[in-house]
Write a protein that binds this ligand. Structure first.
Ligand code: ATP
Length: 256
């Protein structure tokens, strides 16, 4: 039986007079892929920002692994098992693939110490554990062996997207939030990305919550699809069910 690892309940977010999220509730089952879709401006990024702590909710609650999330600062959320990628890739081009991935661990695992001014760099044992985790868990899983020690600049966009995924995975999150993992990828690489995200779930037991506009990829890979429109959840369920929902069809046709 699958239980829910994340529960969003009655979340409202307003920016000035604009209501970006209105009474949003959704449940994310553990070790599954949940996709959040919706037309531009529907509130998808706002929802991600509330879950990861960049935006405050005006009301409602978010529970992660049974603990209240909204009262925790953003850095505690990452240290407690939530990791995310962003819409635009921000890798360090002069550094190698391995160095870029490692930064994900230092930033996410150590943020609490960074903010307290106590971070002195990784201890040797931690560094060794990190190297091992990187090779076994991330580089191997995502097929980045050949480019491990290459400089990131000049690598194809699809590889850069995979490095970004690796960087979010290195902190061994329980919940991985992916912001538009398929954006900008050629069709052939979309299938690779979808297969790798599925591997992260099936082989590492990670729960994935993602946002994207690529319907074909999403409908082919997700266990659950949640549809936002004008800040409200208008449908949630299995891909086939959501695709056939008249309110969803209307929202997308109306947006064209
Ligand atoms: P897209 O698919 O285009 O990325 P989205 O579904 O992610 O869109 P959001 O970016 O969450 O939508 O935006 C939802 C609404 O909230 C929009 O009306 C947007 O203009 C507004 N909004 C989002 N962030 C802010 C902000 N920081 N300040 C003011 N308004 C904002």
């Amino acid at each position: 039986m699958t239980s829910d690892i994340l529960d969003v309940s009655g979340v409202d977010v307003t920016f000035g007079g604009i209501r970006a999220l209105s009474d949003v509730s959704l449940s994310v089952p553990e070790r599954k892929i949940t996709a959040v879709i919706g037309p531009n401006g529907a509130g998808k990024t706002t929802l991600f920002n509330v879950i990861s702590g960049f935006y405050k909710a005006n009301s409602g609650s978010v529970t992660f692994a049974g603990a209240d999330l909204l009262s925790q600062p953003a850095h505690t959320r990452s240290a407690n098992g939530i990791s995310r990628t962003f819409q635009n890739i921000a890798l360090f081009p002069g550094m190698t693939v391995a160095e870029n991935i490692k930064l994900g661990a230092h930033a996410q695992l150590r943020t609490g110490l960074f903010t307290a001014g106590l971070y002195l760099g990784p201890a040797a044992r931690e560094e060794r554990e990190l190297e091992q985790r990187m090779d076994e868990t991330v580089i191997e899983l995502l097929g980045l062996e050949d480019s491990r020690d290459s400089s990131v600049s000049g690598l194809p966009y699809g590889t850069q997207k995979r490095i970004e995924l690796a960087r979010a995975l290195i902190s061994a999150p329980r919940l991985l939030m992916l912001d538009e993992p398929f954006a900008g990828l050629p069709t052939t690489e979309k299938a690779t990305m979808a297969a790798q995200i599925r591997k992260v779930v099936d082989e590492r037991g990670v729960t994935v919550l993602l946002i994207d506009h690529d319907m074909e990829s999403i409908m082919g890979m997700s266990d659950q699809v949640v549809v936002l429109n004008f800040g409200e959840v208008i449908a949630a369920g299995a891909p086939a069910e959501v695709q056939a929902n008249p309110a969803v069809i209307e929202a997308y046709l109306g947006a064209e």
